[in-house]
Design a binder for this molecule. Structure first.
Ligand code: SF4
Length: 328
């Protein structure tokens, strides 16, 4: 297998608060192969957006490494990072608030080109703007319109176009369709998938909604309170979820069948504080299977079958771990 384009190793992002250190991202590891999508899923506040921003160094990491094409970008100076950012872009959740209302479509797409001095003349830049607009399905006649004159779908197409302006290789997609109507969600997801195929893009796709990443991601990582609790190829995760939190998230996906009897898992119990958390299972207060061990020991993320990682003390997980160890 080729070397991954992105490797995240022991990444931490802590924030100082009056009550102690908030562990927003706490020692996570993953990698993404070139041209593939990793879906990062979890409830709001679990640290998934902070992970995306820390990888791009929009937030400075507290510790850990982020390797882009084998180079640790967590160590680059600000100037070196600025240059590197041409390859590393982000699409934000809310297209309206992430766009400058005083800038037209062309000015918005041009902005990163001007900052990175990518083209010598305005004519060259305009040619590229029109090319990108065509790629993302924005009609040329919209070139001088402002964000408020466009609907949500078109605004998000500008967000995608802006991210493409510097010909990036890797894009963090931070809930890119959550603020859109369902019909428009599908259009944007299809567009992103098409662009990935045509331009060889690699995505980290962040969402709270597992159903959105189902057909979109090659692999899915489930995050809970700053930790990755399960990671597996998408099909495997849907067919064989092992962590109780993943099972609860999957049970919340609506099924379009009036005869289907929902077995939704309703999570009860208090959410553990992310401030100076103890070395225990962070899900223990809400887990119906929690044992004493879960309240005293922290489970590690361990590979139980090829490419399927789980951090849990459940018997079935322990048995899979033992089987894998025996085979090794
Ligand atoms: Fe539940 Fe224990 Fe597994 Fe945590 S380690 S998810 S508390 S069974």
């Amino acid at each position: 297998m080729d070397k991954p384009i992105i490797e995240v190793k022991g990444l931490k992002k802590y924030f100082k608060t009056p009550h102690g250190m908030l562990h927003a991202v706490d020692n996570i590891d993953f990698e993404i192969q070139r041209g593939k999508t990793l879906g990062l899923v979890g409830e709001s506040g679990c640290g998934k957006s902070t992970t995306g921003r820390t990888i791009l160094r929009l937030l400075e990491p507290t510790d850990g490494q982020v390797l882009f094409e084998g180079e640790d970008i967590a160590d680059l100076s600000k100037k070196e990072m600025e240059k590197k950012r041409e390859n590393l872009q982000i699409i934000f959740q809310d297209p309206f608030s992430s766009l400058n209302p005083r800038k037209t479509v062309s000015q918005t797409i041009m902005e990163p080109m001007i900052i990175h001095k990518l083209y010598k003349t305005k004519a060259e830049m305009m040619e590229k703007v029109l090319e990108i607009m065509e790629i993302v399905g924005l009609a040329e006649r919209l070139v001088n319109t402002y964000p408020h004159e466009l609907d949500g779908g078109r605004r998000q197409r500008i967000g995608v176009a802006r991210a493409l302006a510097l010909n990036p290789k890797f894009i963090v997609c931070d809930e890119p369709v959550s603020a859109l109507d369902v019909s428009i969600q599908a259009q944007i997801l299809n567009l992103m998938k098409k662009l990935q195929k045509e331009l060889g893009l690699t995505y980290l796709f962040i969402t709270h909604d597992l159903s959105v990443v189902n057909h979109f991601s090659d692999e899915i990582a489930v995050m809970y309170l700053g930790k990755i609790v399960e990671r597996a190829p998408s099909e495997e995760l849907f067919a064989n979820p092992m962590h109780p939190y993943t099972t609860a998230l999957l049970s919340a996906i609506p099924v379009p069948d009036i005869h289907y009897k929902s077995e939704r898992v309703i999570l009860k119990g208090e959410i553990t504080s992310p401030i100076e958390p103890k070395k225990v299972c962070r899900f223990a207060n809400r887990c119906e299977y929690a044992s004493e061990k879960c309240h005293t020991t922290e489970p590690e993320l361990v590979e139980i079958t090829e490419g399927h990682y789980v951090s849990c003390f459940l018997e079935v997980v322990e048995a899979a771990k033992a089987k894998k160890a025996q085979e090794a």
